[in-house]
Ligand binder design. Structure first.
Ligand code: PEP
Ligand code: MG
Length: 540
């Protein structure tokens, strides 16, 4: 038996044969060409074929994994039309008088290196995309087709890493799990594994060898372990673990439709956090009472330019309508710090987490803020939308926000565009400053939602992005818990309600404590709604 440790991206146990993802090898040679015009045309025709293939993939992905995940194939199409990319290829063909394959491979390499060298994690991730689209063009130029062996039975897919186009082409009914050598928790393989609810382990490194192809394997997605040819004892242990997990999931199903109520009758709302419209299915499936945090910045992150009012309106309206009258709390854009978007043209900062982000951008660039507010107030006509503002530190900011809202409403009124007059307004409590002035803030808003991810970062002065500090990043720290308690007392003293939408809300060890603090709501990832309900119902 071989045991390999990696990083878990989705819990659960899968048992089956390991199947290595096969890519057809291509050897790219540098060949002199006499007619550079013909060569450039050959490239353009291959590029056009690639674009039409990507259109097909987009449609397939739309069906299989939803719009947000399918978007990557639109981005790939755009990459193939990118002027810098095309110019580089044309330039290599014409000045070096070489074949299109060589020009594409060289350009892909250069661009991938350039992306990989960028500071921003999102841009670094684009290195894989530029390679992926270029491989597609190269396949067409070389007349080979990449792909996967036919799967007769469901298998665990092993790979170095899987590109989005490769992942989406897999027959999902035959995928038991994913095991990859590389990749990050935000890679598309990881996202797909979560969307499909299948166990996955990434970052297994070189220990995951091609020679294991076809061998019996087990993924323990809870511990991030891959076993090859498990011995009898391990196999038995894993079978039991899997049975228990399935039993647990079935048990949770029985909690659907039940109240979030303690034994003594204390009730609390359990809502779900989402980043995309495609997460709505999971919200409904897990019976969340509402949406406690819609991270609207993902709309901006996925776009190559500012999303228009109409684009935003249609997304917010869709979310509000799908939730059919249940509360939908939409957070205005929280761009900056770890969430960078090129087209915002933000300067590089020494200390981005303490920098120009979230509400600070909105208050200094009101044209961006107003577009979002207009879309929100219009969409509020179609459901139960509340608006929440991130990174607040003062009453002054809230008053300024209200002034801008008044302007937006007056403009909509004048233009004769329907909007909702009274929308519930709340702020995120994620800075110690907001906690300290929470009594005053509570007078100005309807609700608070504690962003424990940032509140922990700013209270403990620990960068939440720095994995070296994991052992110090302690959201159970008494300082953090006292802050939550203080904010709760102050909210209630002024008649506002309070919830938690940071990761700590799903920490079942603290559920009882949160109930004691009198929190009104906990908003967690969709898959944590039912486990949290179970925990609440066990509390006295
Ligand atoms: C938080 O800070 O806890 C939060 C919910 O916001 P985000 O994680 O998006 O910063
Ligand atoms: Mg935050």
């Amino acid at each position: 038996m071989v045991k390999i440790s990696g990083k878990s991206v989705f819990g659960g146990v899968s048992i089956g044969k390991l199947l290595f993802y096969q890519r057809k090898e291509k050897v790219i040679k540098r060949i002199h060409v006499d007619n550079v015009d013909d060569e450039w045309n050959r490239f353009q025709s291959a590029k056009n074929t690639a674009v039409s293939q990507l259109k097909g993939l987009y449609e397939k992905a739309l069906n299989d994994v939803g719009e947000a995940n399918a978007m990557i194939f639109e981005i790939h199409q755009m990459m193939l039309e990118d002027l810098d990319y095309l110019e580089s290829i044309e330039n290599i063909i014409r000045t070096q008088e070489v074949n299109a394959e060589y020009a594409v491979a060289t350009t892909a390499d250069n661009f991938a290196k350039m992306f990989a060298a960028m500071d921003d994690a999102y841009m670094q991730g684009r290195a894989a995309d530029v390679k992926d689209v270029s491989e597609r063009v190269l396949d067409i130029l070389c007349g080979v087709s990449g792909g996967m062996k036919e799967m007769d039975e469901p298998c665990i897919i092993a790979a170095d890493d899987l590109a989005p186009s490769e992942t989406v082409q897999l027959d999902k009914s035959k995928v038991l799990g994913f095991a990859t050598m590389y990749g990050s928790s935000n890679s598309h393989t990881a996202i797909l594994a979560r969307t499909m609810n299948i166990p996955a382990v990434i970052g297994l490194g070189e220990a995951l060898r091609q020679e294991y192809d076809g061998k019996d394997a087990v993924i323990d997605g809870f511990t991030g372990t891959l076993y090859i040819e498990p011995d009898e004892e391990t196999l038995k242990e894993m079978q039991e673990k899997r049975a228990k997990d399935l039993e647990q999931k079935a048990l949770l199903e029985t909690l659907k439709g039940k109240e979030n109520v303690t034994k003594s009758g204390q009730k609390i709302n359990v809502y779900a956090n989402i980043g995309n419209v495609s997460d709505l299915g999971a919200v409904l499936k897990n019976d969340a009472g509402g949406i406690g945090l819609f991270r609207s910045e993902f709309l901006y992150l996925e776009n190559t330019d500012f999303p228009t009012e109409e684009q935003q309106f249609s997304v917010y309206r869709q979310v509000a309508e799908s939730m059919a009258g249940k509360k939908v709390i939409i957070r205005t854009l929280d761009i900056g710090a770890d969430k960078q978007v090129d087209y915002f043209g933000l300067d590089k900062e020494e200390n981005p987490a303490l920098g120009y982000r979230a509400i600070r951008i909105c208050l200094t660039r009101p044209e961006i803020f107003k577009t979002q507010l207009r879309a929100l107030y219009r969409a509020a006509m179609f459901g139960n939308i509340s608006i929440m503002f991130p990174m607040i530190i003062s009453v002054k900011e809230v008053l300024k926000i209200k002034e801008i809202i008044a302007e937006v409403k007056a403009e909509l009124k004048e233009e004769g565009i329907p909007y909702k007059e009274d929308v519930e307004l709340g702020i995120m409590i994620e800075t110690p400053a907001a906690v300290m002035v929470s009594r005053e803030l509570a007078k100005e808003v309807d609700f608070f939602s504690v962003g424990t991810n940032d509140l922990t970062q700013y209270t403990l002065a620990i960068d939440r992005q720095n994995s070296k500090l994991d052992e110090f990043y302690d959201p159970h720290h008494p300082a953090v818990l006292s802050m939550i308690k203080m904010a709760a007392e102050n909210a209630h003293a002024e008649g506002a309600w309070i919830g938690i939408c940071g990761e700590l809300g799903a920490d079942l060890e603290l559920t009882e404590e949160f109930l004691k603090m009198g929190l009104d709501e906990l908003s967690v990832s969709p898959s944590m709604v039912l486990p949290l309900r179970k925990r609440i119902r066990e509390c006295e």
